[in-house]
Design a binder for this molecule. Structure first.
Ligand SMILES: C[S@@+](CC[C@H](N)C(=O)[O-])C[C@H]1O[C@@H](n2cnc3c(N)ncnc32)[C@H](O)[C@@H]1O
Length: 277
């Protein structure tokens, strides 16, 4: 993936600085209005451009598809590309069948002719399976679980799957917890740079949701997931996921208590400092 082509063309989708303007094409607002989800119009424009620039012998990988808003925007006019979507249908008390059905309906409407391959399950287990993706990943969009460990692993576990040059887009990246995970990861792994940060000015900013950061990966040598990173992955897959399942079940039964608990535990790590223009 020619990442510099992405960074050169990204500003041309906007009438001014992407940070402070909306995309020129109103299509993204239509997708946002029609498909339940979390991605903003500015983000949809960026994801779609990334998929357009990615060569067809590489794959686009999304983690955290929910009801498909981001994927519906990404695939537009990109029917010659291959898209993988990983989703475990766990968050938001999602009744699996219901959410899956909505996702399929949305893809049928917005993804006609697109080659979207849904991989259902935990992304940290799926990404470690040999041969799960049939070609190097040129673009990776992470919009899954938002804890420190999940964001660290989101980069560690995907690295062996990435093309020698790849674009990595991370949602909710204005949150301190995401930036801390990126700092920890980049200190320990060569080949990564953070090249653009489109930040949210407030929680759920209509323009950039909770922020989108664009990272570039350039391989400096072969990568195999091992040692500390592999142990962390096993902890996440075998223990943390079970705890998450229990927590989401409890959240469905006792929404008030769990919301309060989550605010206490995660409040500061996900708080966006209000910025003045
Ligand atoms: C914020 S939503 C994604 C929003 C979506 N991209 C959109 O445009 O609306 C996060 C999704 O990640 C999924 N998720 C969380 N942890 C996951 C994991 N370990 N593996 C796969 N999917 C996961 C959740 O079930 C949830 O649907």
């Amino acid at each position: 993936m020619d990442t510099s082509a992405f960074f050169d063309r990204a500003p041309t989708l906007f009438p001014g600085d992407p940070q402070d303007t909306d995309p020129i094409d109103p299509y993204w607002d239509q997708v946002k209005a029609d498909v339940t989800g979390f991605t903003s119009s500015n983000e949809l424009a960026m994801l779609n451009l990334a998929a357009e620039i990615m060569p067809a012998d590489e794959a686009y990988l999304e983690v955290g598809t929910f009801k498909g808003r981001s994927m519906c925007g990404t695939v537009r006019d990109n029917s010659d590309k291959v898209f993988y979507a990983m989703e475990n249908f766990l968050e938001f008390g999602m009744a699996g069948q219901e959410a899956r059905a909505e996702l399929m309906d949305n893809l049928a409407k917005y993804g006609k002719g697109a080659d979207v391959r849904l991989l259902e399950g935990d992304c940290f287990a799926l990404m470690a399976q040999k041969g799960i993706i049939d070609r190097p990943v040129g673009v990776y969009f992470y919009d899954g679980e938002h804890t420190l460990l999940a964001h660290y692993l989101a980069l560690a576990v995907v690295e062996p799957l990435l093309a020698d040059e790849a674009l990595v887009l991370v949602d909710d990246a204005t949150w301190p917890v995401v930036q801390r995970a990126h700092r920890l990861f980049l200190e320990r792994h060569p080949g990564w740079t953070i090249d653009a940060t489109w930040d949210a000015k407030s929680d759920d900013d209509p323009r950039w949701a909770n922020g989108l950061h664009a990272l570039t990966f350039r391989r400096t040598g072969p990568t195999v997931l091992k040692g500390r990173d592999e142990w962390l992955r096993r902890y996440q897959v075998h223990l943390q996921n079970r705890l998450n399942r229990v927590a989401w079940k409890a959240a469905t039964k006792f929404p008030g208590v769990m919301k309060f608990g989550a605010r206490i535990i995660m409040g500061r790590s996900r708080a966006i400092e209000q910025k003045q223009d």
